[in-house]
Write a protein that binds this ligand. Structure first.
Ligand SMILES: [Zn+2]
Length: 249
């Protein structure tokens, strides 16, 4: 190969290369036609989403509370923030397994690093900024419910007013009830304006109350790693289902 640049040999090689061009162009044209035909054959003339559409989204997981703010506390002293974090880590693992990008608003029990004087409002503003700074975000905020009596149990999904949130919330709520709690008569509901995070993000956003800290049977389930994994898998499956329905026009 080193000698091809010498004098006359170069011009012979160039001639051979020139002769190859029409053949190469013809082959490229045939390849293009084959790909085009296959696209029409399998998908018709309408554009259909591919899995890569879903990979453009980033799932932002917000494990509610943390650090000084433990959230609701059960009779046996279990803190809501710890359950939220455990479920969130499992959700992250499941979502990443399916190739989704994931961002978390916290990954351990510390509230914002280097933040000495805790302020719930500033913490929520910080979390909202993470969501709003993430391109093509979808927010799952993970919480547990609490009630003055021990009777209420089960999960409930609240959805933001932003576009896509209602469809995502209803899809997730239906799957949680169908798979884990068929007796649950609650319905997915609009998130109250008083919930800071769901009121201050522009992306599809839901707040999931996975169960009640005031119900001991719920707390037993919510601290069980298998149950946490079930919740995480249902959330991931619902998200993929939502992407398909949302983009399948
Ligand atoms: Zn909470």
């Amino acid at each position: 190969m080193e000698h091809l640049t010498c004098g006359g040999e170069t011009s012979i090689i160039e001639k051979k290369r020139t002769k190859r061009w029409p053949k190469l162009l013809f082959l490229l044209l045939v390849l293009f036609c084959v790909i085009l035909s296959a696209a029409f054959l399998f998908h018709g003339t309408e554009r259909k989403p591919s899995f890569s559409d879903e990979l453009c989204y980033t799932l932002v997981i917000d494990p509610g509370h943390g650090g000084l703010d433990g959230g609701a506390i059960s009779d046996d002293g279990t803190r809501e923030c710890d359950i939220n974090l455990a479920i969130s880590h499992r959700l992250r693992t499941a979502a990443e397994f399916f190739g989704l990008n994931v961002v978390m608003t916290r990954t351990d029990d510390s509230i914002r690093r280097g933040y000495a004087d805790y302020s719930e409002r500033e913490d929520l503003e910080y979390r909202a900024a993470i969501v709003n700074d993430t391109p093509a975000a979808v927010l799952f905020s993970i919480h547990q419910n609490d009630f003055p009596t021990s009777q209420p149990s089960g999960s409930q999904v609240f959805y933001a007013a932003s576009p896509g949130s209602e469809a995502l919330g209803k899809c997730l709520h239906r799957n949680l009830i169908d798979q884990l709690d068929p007796q649950n008569r609650r319905v997915a509901a609009p998130a109250p304006r008083s919930l800071y995070l769901t009121s201050h993000v522009q992306c599809p956003a839901v707040l999931v109350e996975c169960g009640f800290m005031s119900n001991n049977f719920d707390v037993q389930k919510l601290t069980n790693s298998r149950y946490q994994s079930s919740l995480a898998l249902i959330m991931t499956a619902s998200l993929l289902q939502y992407f398909t329905n949302e983009t399948n026009y």
